[in-house]
Design a protein around this ligand. Structure first.
Ligand code: NI
Ligand code: MN
Length: 227
């Protein structure tokens, strides 16, 4: 399996999965943390965790430019259709589907999902990707929940989780999440974009090293981790 993950700041990720280009929650325009422009992003697939503007972001323009398949919950896919992008694949919480690059399961997330124009965005989600038998979990915006232990049972090569607090899990709950998920590697996201989610990521990395069996990886903006 060949999976690489590039962090663009906030919750925006580019994945290269065995050559397929996947963008998760593409928020570039107006994202104070990113150094990438929306019109330079390559995408075969776009995964959207929920409807908030800092996750839907530039997804419509990138989808239309690239012709990427949008994978999200039913309500968000309908919204893309209404924006003039017909190429969508709707799933919902607990459901998985074998896409060309790997299996995608929508996992629960405790959060909101209203779309920027006020449309209903359905339930927020995370993603469990299975590629060549290896699992990568992207939590999405969420509170801590004990069923993360179930995702951990599957055996995770990598977990990507929010630590910013205020809108999502903060550092303490994210540390508990690591003990539930037991990933080989954990990457923190959704922090330091704006003052309410400002965190001492180095302190959190230190606690993961000291208090869990997982290896924390701190990505700088634009940096890539290869699974
Ligand atoms: Ni959100
Ligand atoms: Mn968010």
């Amino acid at each position: 399996m060949s999976v690489s993950v590039t962090w663009h700041g906030h919750a925006t990720l580019s994945l290269d999965v065995n050559g397929s280009k996947i963008v998760v929650d593409p928020f570039f325009s107006g994202n104070p943390a990113t150094t990438t422009k929306a019109d330079e992003v390559a995408a075969d697939f776009i995964l959207i965790t929920h409807g908030h503007g800092d996750h839907v972001g530039d997804a419509v323009s990138i989808a239309k430019r690239t012709g990427a398949l949008v994978i999200a919950n039913f309500e968000i896919c309908n919204w893309f259709n209404a924006q003039g992008h017909a190429k969508t694949h709707a799933q919902h919480i607990g459901g998985s589907f074998q896409h060309p690059f790997g299996r995608v399961k929508l996992t629960q997330a405790f959060h909101g999902s209203g779309l920027p124009d006020g449309s209903y965005g359905g339930m927020p989600a995370g993603f469990l990707l299975t590629v060549d038998g290896k699992n990568v979990y992207i939590a999405g915006d969420t509170a801590l929940f004990s069923d993360m232990q179930l995702y951990g049972r599957a055996g995770l090569e990598l977990a990507i989780i929010p630590i910013g607090d205020n809108y999502t899990m903060g550092p303490d709950d994210a540390l508990t999440a690591v003990t539930f998920l037991k990933p080989k590697v954990v990457i923190p996201i959704h922090y330091n974009t704006w003052p309410p989610i400002s965190q001492d990521v180095d302190a959190w990395i230190g606690r993961v090293k000291a208090e869990t069996e997982s290896r924390p990886v701190k990505l700088g903006v634009g940096e890539t981790y290869r699974v």
